[in-house]
Design a binder for this molecule. Structure first.
Ligand SMILES: Cc1cc2nc3c(=O)[nH]c(=O)nc-3n(C[C@H](O)[C@H](O)[C@H](O)COP(=O)(O)OP(=O)(O)OC[C@H]3O[C@@H](n4cnc5c(N)ncnc54)[C@H](O)[C@@H]3O)c2cc1C
Length: 501
């Protein structure tokens, strides 16, 4: 039994957990972060391979590093503990390679993107502009105000009086989904499919189930703060947050898997880790997914009714099959962009291993691969069920077949890929489950049916007193900037609850 009592214990050092921890530490709270793995970051972590490759585990299309407005939450989170990271601007957010020859780039420059899209759909010129302009309205509302906890009435009152029109705008968009707004302006079925793909690549559901608030952020910030890659790899974000946390006098403990949230009289009072050690705190924050938090870290008899209802509204999205490649520089076509989406058949967009996501971060930061080489990280949605009940040799064989299929499909954008291969490693949903500690390796919750926008997504407080959740199982969902938002909100609510300045 540990004798120290902390103000706050955070279970997990994903970006959501670290933003909560650093914001609270900066306000003087004594925080302990417990991380089951060897390094921080979770899905925003990295791994090194002996030949000089440093691979991002997941995220590499990074929002939130802008230098203006209020939605640049990664810049702000680092700054909160006196840290910063040099970033490299990406001139193109993504290059789409879609069915029916739809091959276009989302340029950092808004007008250039609209022109490129309109060239494919000249008859929809007006509708395209109206739709994306409406996304800007959402973004401008968000970007006008300090983004903190919507569960804190005094903040809500203050922000309402400071920005009444922005607040009313957000209230209007909160229950809306992208599909309804897109159909208001756009009729062409192929263009509506493109809008589905625009949503799917980060929400992993089509436009009808993608909340307008999130779309407003993504579809506008890419042209405002832009997509920027952190120098040294995505793992730098978590590393720097940990450095800031420790400078502020708080701590992180690695190889500390929480096995139980200790609850007394329906109040969270601490946690127990796998070694048997317990830690007590005034507040406990879980950065694990809701499935892990309420189904594994506490007895099922304690699962609150609100959580049971939530599980009916939201379901797990699939995990990913990841292919990490090291390739010779000469095998990449000249002028290729960093991020790509490949889909050969519209009907396969949501299918097992349907849409392919590609990221070549060494085009922006060559230091992540040996000289004369690049990283090509490819991932595609895949369900854990596809990878279970296999013998070790069947598992290895299935991984190799899946990798070969991906490489073959990738030759559409990198014709010489096969000849340039220098390194290859495959991760399956089992790998994601094991290393990221996420139930079934899921990317996160998605609406199980069409819901009222973001209204059903829980904030940070839970039905158990003194227990909070943070990260992609909370408002506003997946993505590094989104979980940073959730971290700011969680820290704000706890700071008020603890009476910290
Ligand atoms: C393949 C892939 C690609 C992606 N691409 C992008 C992208 O390009 N851009 C983008 O913005 N987002 C992207 N994302 C999404 C983004 O990475 C996530 O939404 C975000 O990182 C989730 O952060 P989080 O704070 O919710 O938690 P996580 O990253 O899940 O971190 C949770 C942490 O908690 C720890 N933990 C869990 N249980 C316990 C326990 N019991 N005890 C102790 N520690 C525990 C885990 O080890 C982990 O470190 C991608 C995700 C994946 C998987």
């Amino acid at each position: 039994m540990s004798s120290t009592e902390y103000d706050v214990i955070v279970i997990g050092s994903g970006i959501g957990g670290l933003v909560t921890a650093t914001q609270l530490a900066a306000k003087g709270a004594k925080v302990l972060v417990l991380e089951r793995y060897l390094i921080p970051g979770g899905s925003a972590g990295y791994f090194d391979r002996e030949d000089g490759y440093r691979f991002d585990v997941g995220a590499s299309m990074i929002f939130g590093f802008g230098d203006k407005g209020t939605t640049n939450l990664l810049t702000r989170a680092l700054d909160g503990v006196g840290m910063s990271i040099e970033t490299i601007p990406d001139p193109v957010q993504v290059h789409y390679h879609l069915p029916d020859g739809l091959d276009l780039k989302v340029h950092r420059e808004y007008e250039k993107f609209l022109q490129e899209l309109t060239a494919y759909f000249p008859h929809e010129e007006k509708g395209i502009r109206q739709f994306y302009d409406e996304c800007w309205k959402v973004f401008n509302c968000l970007n006008a105000m300090e983004l903190l906890s919507l569960e804190e009435p005094r903040y809500l009152t203050r922000v309402f009086f400071q920005h009444p029109f922005a607040c009313l705008g957000l209230v209007k968009y909160l229950p809306q989904n992208v599909g309804d707004i897109a159909r208001r302006y756009i009729q062409d079925p192929q263009l509506l499919k493109f809008i589905d793909a625009e949503c799917y690549i980060w929400s992993v559901v089509p436009a009808d189930r993608t909340p307008m608030i999130n779309a407003g952020m993504v579809f506008s910030d890419r042209h405002y703060g832009g997509i920027n890659y952190p120098k040294g790899g995505v793992g730098q974000i978590a590393q720097k947050l940990v450095e800031g946390l420790e400078n502020a006098g708080s701590h992180i403990k690695y190889k500390a898997r929480v096995t139980e949230i200790l609850v007394e009289n329906n109040r969270a009072v601490g946690v127990k880790i796998a070694s048997g050690e317990t830690f007590r705190a005034k507040r406990v924050v879980s950065n694990a997914t809701r499935w892990d938090t309420f189904e594994k870290l506490m007895p099922s008899t304690q699962k609150p009714n609100s959580e049971k209802k939530w599980s009916q509204r939201y379901q797990q999205s699939p995990s990913f099959l990841s292919l990490h490649l090291g390739v010779k520089a000469e095998s990449l076509p000249a002028g290729i962009e960093c991020h790509h989406i490949l889909l050969e058949n519209w009907d396969d967009m949501e299918a097992e291993q349907g849409t392919i996501f590609v990221s070549i971060p060494t085009l922006l930061d060559p230091s992540l691969a040996p000289e004369g080489h690049h990283i090509v990280h490819t991932f595609t949605p895949s369900w854990i069920q596809e990878w279970e009940n296999l013998s070790p040799s069947e598992y290895a064989q299935k991984k190799e077949q899946a990798a070969n299929r991906l490489i073959e499909r990738l030759t559409q954008i990198i014709p010489d890929l096969d000849r340039g291969l220098d390194f290859q490693e495959v991760g399956t949903p089992r790998t994601h489950r094991r290393f990221l500690g996420r139930d079934n390796g899921t990317y996160g919750p998605v609406p199980s049916r069409k819901l009222l926008g973001l209204l059903g997504m829980p904030f940070n407080r839970t039905a158990i007193a003194n227990l909070y959740c943070v990260g992609d199982s909370t408002f506003p969902g997946q993505g590094l900037n989104a979980v940073a938002f959730s971290g700011f909100a969680c820290a704000h609510r706890i700071a008020v609850d603890l009476g910290l300045g």
